[in-house]
Write a protein that binds this ligand. Sequence first.
Ligand code: AR6
Ligand code: MG
Length: 308
Amino acid sequence: MSGFDLTPDPVSLQDRFRGLMVGTAVGDACGRPIEGHRVVPDSYLDEIRNDFTMVQYTDDTILTMALSESLLACDGFSGEDMADRLVDAWREEPRRGYGAGVTDWFSKVLQGKPWDKAAKAQFGGSGSYGNGGAMRVAPVAMWARDLDETVHLARETAKVTHTHPIGVEGALIQAVAAHHALKPEFDPARLIADLDDLVETEEFRKKLDILPSCLERDNDERARLHLGNWVAADNSVVTALYCFLLADDFEDAIIRAIRMGGDTDTIGAMAGALAGARWGLSAIPDAWHAVEAYDRLVGLADRMFERV
Ligand code: AR6
Ligand code: MG
């Protein structure tokens, strides 16, 4: 029995699923060449809009596909299978911009250390608070039947590599946002209310407290200062959400995300997943369909959709 609201919707659910997957890759690819830059020049944004040649994605999209394939192959979450697929993806293409901590996790698991022990041992035993759990998590919202399952899967999939409460909660926020973005009638107030109920860490509570005033002022410089633009989950997940919530359409969400600077590929990937889920693949400009592995991304979305 499907948990999705199947009331008439101008954007079909299949289009939304495809948008979520392709949107991740488009945001990731648009952010890749400018990752780490504090200021993103307008000429770069024009290039993205008018002359899209940044087709190559990074670890964000690769691991989003690996997570999706694991859910499909195991008919749900299996930590063992997901860990194997993440390691395989890294082994095949290690130069896709992976974080230093997660690279260490891959090496240890490859050497035979159990994946869960390796994750807990990261950063002297505190676990990773990087945005790696959040950047790949959006497909759980296509898989899960309801909000509770979305939250459960977000936590479990994050903990395969990221056990720090901030790393886990970053994934939860992104997954809950994707859950709402897939609904026929997106209601930002409901999304924010759900996040207020679910979020526990002081770091993310502070970001959620400041989010409404950032949205009201619509000032990038201020948002960057308060919400952050770097690889820590609490410095990027709410930033991507901010870009998505202010956007008028898919393109606007991507431009806003890349303009934040810093960890542009991941802020782009997360905002792109949400915008793709909300407006669907048909709302992604044609030129951006040139993104690498487009057919594989659409194929994964369609396999997820077949289950609905
Ligand atoms: N203590 C200190 N630094 C930390 C900690 C911690 N507990 N946790 C994370 N960091 P990582 P990811 C810092 O390596 O989350 C790629 O560019 C540390 O500097 O677990 O998968 C992706 O595209 C660490 O290297 O990887 C994303 O942008 C960094 O956070 C990003 O990296 C990232 O954590 C995601 O990386
Ligand atoms: Mg990346």
